[in-house]
Design a protein around this ligand. Structure first.
Ligand SMILES: *Cc1c(COP(=O)(O)O)cnc(C)c1O
Length: 362
């Protein structure tokens, strides 16, 4: 690794591609002859407008986003979307949620403030270590949408197949898998992702919403800023947006496009995850925490035989130069987040380390 950087396995904020960071560093004093950095630039300037337009166009190309979907850059990170989704999409005041872990639970708790929330499937019975069967769920005729967290960052599960929503709109929190693989946008009414897991700096979410779901008949209590319409009507420039974040994300979009797009990125992610999962499957000391068919390609929780040994391994990895491998307290053990920007060598050296640790201690 260059610059004394470390393999950072954090669940977020997380690693960004090194060539992107180098470009950002090179432009920080004077962006393209503008005489200033993007941090200092008016969001109403033509220079910034071009950055924003290119970011949107590049994301549309990457994800092949249909014309009838809007792309919105909204501040407040992921958590604000837990409220914006029900505030904007509950027309009948009724929605179905699938409970697969910590982040869907947060979404459920927030949505309950705005309407009737029905939990139509859950994996709580086994500490969220799997994704429930979603092929035939009890979905009422009058529900406004069906909500999923498509990759549970803390629990390490992912959907291999989208739920059968019986014709209702599917809303997906893709925060920890955004741009990790191709995705057919037309399958969804709304996709949102906080960007700090797989794209850029924290503090912003990207929302991809089908135009007909943007309402102008919202109840008056919905704050102006929290209406999708406000952002759609103003091209994500209703107020000062997170210009710096949009700029950094735009760089990552270009980087992904130049490196084979999402098909190629998905292949790299699968290859990387296989290195770690193959090791966990062969190990007698470490055990993966998730049912095999529902394992996330991005977040890999695993445990040793005891809490004490979990803590010892975490400390040993840290001393060996691998950062942020402590698992979330609700799952325990360890968790390796291996997002887009984690190089394969990072996973290979972690596995080599865990192998030798097992030899010595198990
Ligand atoms: C991180 C995360 C969030 C919350 O993002 P914040 O920007 O911290 O609010 C929501 N959903 C998922 C799946 C996440 O991984």
């Amino acid at each position: 690794m260059k610059y004394g950087r470390t393999y950072n396995f954090s669940a977020g904020p997380a690693m960004m591609p090194e060539p992107v960071l180098e470009e950002i560093a090179a432009e920080v004093m004077n962006y393209h002859g503008s005489g200033m950095s993007v941090m200092e630039m008016s969001h109403r300037s033509s220079v910034f407008q071009q950055i924003l337009d290119e970011a949107e166009a590049d994301l549309r190309q990457l994800m092949n986003i249909p014309q009838n979907y809007k792309v919105l850059f909204i501040q407040g990170g992921g958590t604000v979307q837990f409220a914006m989704v029900p505030m904007n999409l509950m027309k009948n005041g009724k929605a179905c949620y699938i409970e697969t872990g910590a982040w869907s639970k947060k979404a459920i708790a927030e949505a309950k403030k705005y309407g009737d929330v029905q939990i139509i499937a859950s994996s709580a019975d086994k500490n969220f270590s799997y994704v429930p069967d979603c092929s035939d769920l009890p979905i009422d005729e009058d529900v406004d949408y069906v909500y999923i967290c498509e990759n549970e960052t803390i629990n390490g599960t992912t959907y291999r197949k989208l739920p059968n929503t019986k014709g209702k709109i599917l809303v997906s929190d893709q925060s920890s898998m955004f741009l990790s693989r191709p995705c057919n946008v037309a399958d969804y009414g709304l996709i949102w992702g906080g960007v700090q897991k797989n794209v850029g700096p924290a503090g912003m979410a990207i929302v991809i919403i089908r135009e007909d779901l943007i309402r102008d008949d919202l109840p008056s209590f919905v704050p102006t800023y929290l209406q999708y319409k406000t952002h759609a009507d103003n091209g994500s420039l209703y107020n000062t947006p997170n210009c710096w974040d949009i700029y950094c994300c735009g760089k990552v979009f270009k980087y992904l496009l130049a490196n084979g797009g999402l098909e190629a990125q998905a292949q790299r992610n699968e290859d990387k995850a296989k290195v770690l999962y193959d090791f966990l499957d062969s190990s007698k000391f470490f055990t993966g925490a998730v049912r095999t068919e529902d394992r996330s390609v991005m977040n890999v929780p695993f445990v040793t035989p005891s809490k004490e040994q979990d803590a010892e391994v975490v400390a040993a990895t840290k001393a060996a130069g691998f950062d942020n491998l402590k698992g979330h307290k609700s799952v325990g053990g360890l968790r390796a987040s291996i997002y887009n920007a984690m190089p394969k060598e990072g996973v290979e050296s972690l596995v080599a380390f865990l192998k030798s640790y097992e030899k010595e201690h198990a």
